[in-house]
Design a protein. Sequence first.
Length: 189
Amino acid sequence: MITYEDFLAQAASRGEVVNTMLEERLFALVAALTRIADALSAERIPYEVIGGLAVLIHVEEANPEYSALTRDVDLMVRREDLERIKDAALKAGFHYRHTAGVDMLIHSRGVVRLTFGYSSLAQEIKQIHGQDVSVIPVAGLLQMKLRSFRLKDQVHVKSLDAAGLITLAIEHTLPAELFERLTNVRQIE
């Protein structure tokens, strides 16, 4: 995985302008993701990156012009793996916490929120900063975003769409209610 310092040096050598605030935050998120992904993988605990970071990973690969930074790492895991996740996370420097109905892993580099559900048949392996991670496919991610439908979810849907990731094949898998929500998001300027 490339370090933040190496990234800055490479950008400077190419004469590129860098938004250091954004890039530093992205590197911190990726560091937290890498740390927990490596810990879970070492223990053969399945996971999928979901949420805003999954949107960013898919959009960065398709068309980085439409990517947007997120604040934290969200992982979908199986509830039955929670005790194993806690043990693996502790070895990696994370501390488990359950508060206000949210399960999370806390580390000095960031917070990882856990969502229980996991579908091991659907995962895709993608790269972010040279690190392989398991990411929910676009079809599943789109459905999650359209079900939650908060303003930030609608922004994420617009990013996926602008990057060309919402194909006709994916549209045809949407239940009528979610297709209607997608249509509504597309009408927003």
